[in-house]
Every structure is written in structure tokens, then in C-alpha cells.
Design a protein around this ligand. Structure first.
Ligand SMILES: [Zn+2]
Length: 92
């Protein structure tokens, strides 16, 4: 599986699940150097705001429950995809 580079020691020590679990509040530690890394605050906050707006419009829409559930699932899926693929990892 693909690994991501630690911003501190530059070794490829961060796996996909570890990256997916990062969010605005949670940082993680590198297995190699033991230093903390996480997501940039601004990008992470922006992504959460977009997800909240998407949830809100799904919630107030007239779609039936099954479609609403599917849309919410897709929004969450998209959130994790963006978190894993687009988000840079920075030192904390
Ligand atoms: Zn490291």
C-alpha cells in the first residue's frame, strides 16, 4: 500500500489509514522519528465547513430518506477521499 512522507524525518512512514484518521483536532506521531504531524488547520477547517454545508442542504431537501442516506454516505466518502488524496501533511 502507498505510504506518505513524514514532514519531520522525510521517511515514508505514514500509511493510508493513519492519514484518513487525521482531522482538524487529531494529530498523529511518526513511527520513525516520534514527532507529531497533522493536517494544515485552514484546509482542514475549510473541508469541514464544506461538508457541513453539504449535510445541511441534504437535510433540508425534499429527497426521500433512502436518497438522503445515500447522499450523506457519498459526502462522507468524498470527505475521506479528499483527506487522503489532496490534503498535505504538515508538522505539528
Ligand atoms: Zn518522521
Amino acid at each position: 500500500m502507498r505510504k506518505y512522507q513524514c514532514p519531520n524525518c522525510k521517511e515514508y512512514t505514514i500509511d493510508v489509514l493513519q492519514k484518513a484518521s487525521l482531522n482538524i483536532r487529531s494529530n498523529s506521531r511518526c513511527k520513525n522519528c516520534g514527532k507529531k504531524f497533522g493536517l494544515p488547520y485552514i484546509y482542514s477547517a475549510l473541508l469541514i465547513i464544506i461538508v457541513c454545508i453539504a449535510f445541511y442542504f441534504t437535510y433540508i431537501s425534499n429527497m426521500n430518506l433512502i436518497i438522503k442516506g445515500t447522499v450523506i454516505f457519498l459526502i462522507l466518502l468524498l470527505y475521506y477521499i479528499v483527506n487522503i488524496t489532496v490534503m498535505p501533511i504538515v508538522r505539528k
